[in-house]
Design a protein around this ligand. Structure first.
Ligand code: ZN
Ligand code: ZN
Length: 146
C-alpha cells in the first residue's frame, strides 16, 4: 500500500533530483566559480520558486558527493566549481575573479609533512591571492592619467 507520506517523500525525492540536476547544469555551464547567491540568481530565473536555502543545501551536497568543489575564499564567501577534477585557483582580491590554475603541483614535500605530523590528507586546495591582469592594467591606466 502506498501511504500518503510515501507519496510525499517520493515527490520530494523527484523534486530534489530535478533541483540537483538544474544546479549541477548551471555550475557546469560556467567557469567563473559562482557563489551560492550567484547560482541562486541564475536558477531562480528558470525556477522562481526555488529558495536560496535549497541552493545552498544542494551545492553542499554536490561538494560532499565529489560532483563539485566548494572553495573557501579569502573574502569569506565560498565559491562553487562544477569541475571537480584536481586543479587549483587564483583569486583576484580586487575584482573577486577566480581563475583556474591547471598546473601539476609537486606533492612530495606536502606528503612528507603530512606523514611527519600524522596528518591525514583528504584534499588539497591551493589558492593564490593577488591581482588579475585586467585589474593590474586598469590600475596602470589610472596611474597614467594622474
Ligand atoms: Zn581582477
Ligand atoms: Zn576551478
Amino acid at each position: 500500500m502506498i501511504t500518503n507520506s510515501d507519496a510525499e517523500s517520493k515527490t520530494a525525492k523527484i523534486r530534489y533530483s530535478a533541483q540537483r540536476e538544474m544546479i549541477l547544469d548551471e555550475i557546469r555551464s560556467r567557469r567563473d566559480h559562482p557563489s551560492a547567491a550567484e547560482v541562486y540568481m541564475a536558477v531562480q530565473k528558470v525556477k522562481p520558486t526555488i529558495s536560496l536555502g535549497t541552493v545552498y543545501r544542494v551545492l553542499n551536497k554536490l561538494a560532499e558527493d565529489g560532483e563539485a568543489l566548494r572553495l573557501p575564499m579569502p573574502d569569506g564567501v565560498d565559491r562553487y566549481d562544477g569541475f571537480a577534477h584536481a586543479h587549483q585557483h587564483a583569486f583576484c582580491a580586487e575584482c573577486r575573479r577566480l581563475l583556474d590554475v591547471e598546473v601539476e603541483i609537486p606533492l612530495e614535500e606536502l606528503v612528507k609533512f603530512a606523514d611527519q605530523n600524522k596528518f591525514v590528507i583528504e584534499g588539497l586546495q591551493i589558492c593564490m591571492v593577488g591581482k588579475c591582469k585586467r585589474c593590474v592594467k586598469a590600475r596602470k591606466g589610472k596611474l597614467w592619467r594622474n
